[in-house]
Write a protein that binds this ligand. Structure first.
Ligand SMILES: *[C@@H]1O[C@H](CO)[C@@H](O)[C@H](O)[C@H]1NC(C)=O
Ligand SMILES: *[C@@H]1O[C@H](CO)[C@@H](O)[C@H](O)[C@H]1NC(C)=O
Length: 441
């Protein structure tokens, strides 16, 4: 993936005259207090383009059984399960939707009964401070009817904020574990920066972790800050990397605001033509009627007081080969069908956990976009962001504490990571940072 930056630049050239204009619009705007609507309305958009966008929206926004207006402005459509976008995928035309996996991964440690979003492994004091986070649209009070799934509706503005219709919902990642941390593309602008823990190359069938949720500030509309699990297979240098991802992200470009949102991602060709965020293309099959992917998470952690976290589990169904996603202690969200993948049809070869931001170096300075809570790892509990109870799923479909973890951060003056172990939190780490500061100019 070391060549990712080149790809982005090439794409820029093909848009010729238009792109610099669009980019100028985006990069001049600061996010705080920004009215995203104005941004789009001021731009000259041809009616031809709007028609193309509308056609695309008609394809991905499915007719709802009912619609729920979320207090944060989102529109949640309750769509019949069989009408969801995934089934538009050519390989899934005759797919029979699975209600549940053939089996859940077995925990090595037997857990006592657990409250929703909670975790029996935490201590009593932590119990008072740590709570499970949920989703904002639930505050509406209306639920999706049985047999339907909640889907965040995409709007014209959502698409107009993307560089192009092709880029809408896609992630451009520049990242390779083989790259040296002082490689030139880290400092050359538009770079993605990470603070992650990862497993060595081995056979992996899934992973789980509990992540606390924050609302990091984002300097530029086209930057993002995310915290997630990656399940990877294939080569970083080739064009066939398979990746399944889930976590929380703040992305003004994708969502038009600065709220942390639950998201998923997948690709089977190194982020080129296949895959997307959430349900923005055909792929992920949702089974849950209470979780909307792409919807805002609420409440979020605040400094020195309550910590809200989410537990994410991704694992391969040993019988059917679908990759399932779990949320909280035992809620199923849905699955990535085996048909979508090449290498992952078999198993994963690496798991990563951690944060990623885009540093676009506007004005030649490091971005002040925050990672995690915006605080460095050494600030610790209630201040820094964490991933706790890092676990992997092995070939027996058993969960066990992740062993042999390595950590990586390209520029520890900007964002860093510190891993540790204790009985309650197992393998865990704190990570994040403020971005721009005197040591990170
Ligand atoms: C944003 O701008 C649009 C268009 O000018 C306007 O209709 C809308 O009310 C504004 N929203 C906010 C929150 O100011
Ligand atoms: C819930 O959503 C419905 C349908 O969009 C809307 O009519 C209603 O006002 C919403 N209620 C709240 C409390 O936001």
């Amino acid at each position: 993936m070391g060549s990712g930056g080149v790809v982005i630049r090439k794409r820029g050239f093909s848009f010729q005259a238009l792109l610099p204009l669009f980019l100028a619009f985006f990069s001049l705007q600061k996010v705080s207090g920004l009215n995203y609507t104005i941004n789009v309305n001021n731009r000259q958009v041809s009616s031809l383009r709007l028609e193309r966008i509308q056609r695309h929206l008609n394809k991905i926004n499915k007719p709802p059984v009912i619609t729920i207006q979320s207090p944060d402005g989102d529109i949640i459509d309750c769509v019949h399960k069989r009408k969801q976008p995934a089934l538009d995928h050519p390989l899934l035309k005759n797919h029979k939707i699975q209600r549940k996996p053939s089996e859940m991964p077995r925990s090595v440690k037997v857990l006592k009964e657990e409250e929703e979003g909670g975790d029996s492994k935490r201590s009593k004091e932590e119990d008072d401070i740590i709570k499970g986070a949920w989703q904002m649209w639930h505050r509406n009070g209306t639920r999706c009817p049985k047999g339907t799934v909640p889907i965040r509706r995409s709007t014209e503005h959502d698409v107009l904020r993307a560089k192009s219709l092709f880029d809408f919902g896609k992630k451009q990642r520049k990242f390779s574990l083989h790259r040296q941390s002082d490689a030139p593309d880290v400092v050359s602008g538009n770079g993605h920066e990470h603070a992650i823990a990862y497993t060595g190359t081995q056979e992996v069938y899934g992973a789980r972790a509990t992540i606390n949720v924050w609302d990091p500030s984002i300097q530029m509309v086209n930057e993002f800050s995310l915290s997630q699990i990656w399940i990877l297979s294939g080569s970083f240098d080739g064009s066939d990397l398979n990746s399944i991802e889930a976590g929380w992200q703040v992305s003004p470009e994708l969502y038009g605001d600065s709220r942390p949102r639950l998201f998923t991602y997948w690709t089977s060709d190194s982020y080129q033509a296949t895959g997307c965020y959430n349900l923005l293309c055909a792929g992920f099959i949702q089974t849950n009627s209470r979780i909307a992917i792409g919807a805002a998470i609420s409440p979020v952690s605040s400094f020195s007081t309550n910590q809200y976290d989410i537990t994410i589990l991704i694992w391969k169904d040993p019988k059917l080969g679908n990759w399932w996603m779990g949320f909280g202690e035992n809620m199923l969200v849905g699955y990535w069908p085996a048909e979508l993948f090449t290498h992952l049809a078999d198993h994963a070869t690496m798991v990563e956990w951690g944060g990623e931001v885009v540093n676009s170096r506007a004005n030649g300075e490091h971005t002040s976009t925050q990672m995690g809570s915006g605080h460095f790892a050494e600030d610790g509990f209630q201040k820094a962001s964490y991933f706790r109870n890092l676990e992997i799923v092995d070939s027996d479909n058993s969960l066990s504490s992740a062993q042999d973890i390595s950590i990586l951060a390209e520029n520890t003056n900007c964002y860093n990571i510190k891993s540790s172990y204790n009985n309650e939190w197992g393998i865990h780490f704190y990570y994040g940072g403020p971005g721009k500061n005197p040591q990170c100019p």
